[in-house]
Ligand binder design. Structure first.
Ligand code: ATP
Length: 310
């Protein structure tokens, strides 16, 4: 059972005040893009066990044990299902993850793999749970997991897990500049809090950007480029100053918008067309401001089965 799952870019990431539970209230406009991981689930060699192997992009930086988010998701699903599979054995799965989404890159790759594991194991075990059920189980693994199941474009509120789909017209063309090494999401939030405290900033309650919603509705790429916003960007730039050069290089090469993706260090550039995206990608790669640049388009659907073997 093989499931393909997209990466996300945050078109808007508005970070509210720090809550008592250590999280922030967010307004998070998620957009699923055609940069995919694949997760294959097969019946385990030993019934009731979970294993994981990882291939592809930065595979050696992804844990191959029970801390892997895909394994945690599969175990949570087994628990929800009541442990006992068709032959009276406890549920289990051997998972193979083929990564193309950058690791610790601000594109929610781990959450994507968790979402894909839920869909793959649901099908492997014949559970037939609804997307809504899988989204609820996924929310317990991480706040970005429900969106990887939903796909498209959506506004997330709370910690990002309460989702409302956003109507969007047409396709948008993107270039992603992948960096060497990742950035830790908790560290970037911590730096954001520190910068705000130093500046004595009064942190506003986050709200969805009206110009951004209008740009999506109208399929207006220049307006979308102008409306991209990420409150974590100053913190990501403080921790990784070289990203400022990456963003400048994309703007100089004619990007309609340039932004750090989520907690970074991946940078996202909006292009006017598929051809423009290819030109932008080549220009970024040539200037040496990133490890590599890839093109993608969005919105695309959430985790879906691409191959089914009896
Ligand atoms: P986000 O955008 O949600 O903040 P991210 O894209 O920056 O996340 P991930 O690629 O999801 O970061 O990974 C963050 C960390 O999670 C990694 O450093 C890795 O140790 C751990 N991890 C656990 N499972 C996975 C997985 N299946 N794929 C990638 N990372 C995983």
């Amino acid at each position: 059972m093989t499931v393909r799952v997209p990466a996300k870019v945050n078109l808007q990431l508005a970070v509210g005040p720090l809550r008592d539970d250590g999280y922030h209230d967010l307004v998070n406009v998620f957009h699923a893009v055609s940069l995919f991981d694949e997760v294959t689930a097969t019946e385990p060699g030993t019934p009731g066990t979970f294993t994981v192997r990882i291939e592809g992009e930065s595979a050696d930086h992804v844990p191959a044990d029970g801390t892997n988010l895909a394994v945690r998701a599969a175990e949570a699903l087994a628990k929800h299902a009541g442990q006992t599979g068709p032959a009276g054995h406890p549920y289990g799965a051997d998972l193979l993850i083929r990564k193309a989404i950058p690791v610790a890159g601000g594109m929610a790759g781990g959450s994507a793999d968790a979402a894909a594991a839920l869909v793959a194991c649901d099908a492997l075990w014949g559970l037939g749970l609804s997307r809504a059920d899988l989204m609820e189980i996924g929310a317990g693994i991480g706040s970005d997991v429900p969106f990887a199941l939903l796909g498209g474009t959506a506004v997330g509120t709370g910690r990002g897990e309460r989702l409302t789909p956003v109507p969007a017209t047409g396709a948008f063309h993107w270039v992603f500049a992948l960096a060497d090494g990742g950035l830790s999401t908790p560290q970037v939030y911590g730096e954001c809090d520190r910068l705000r405290a130093d500046a004595g900033e009064e942190v506003a309650w986050p709200s969805a950007s009206e110009p951004l919603m209008a740009a999506l509705r109208d399929g207006d790429a220049p307006a979308l480029g102008a409306a991209l916003a990420n409150d974590l960007q100053p913190a990501a730039l403080a921790l990784r100053p070289s990203l400022a050069r990456t963003l400048d290089a994309g703007r100089d090469a004619g990007a309609l918008g340039a932004i750090v993706s989520g907690s970074g260090p991946t940078c996202a550039f909006l292009a006017a067309s598929a051809d423009h995206a290819r030109e932008l990608s080549a220009a970024l790669a040539a200037t040496g401001v990133c490890r590599t640049a890839v093109t993608a388009q969005g919105p695309v659907p959430g985790a879906e089965i691409v191959q089914y073997e009896e």
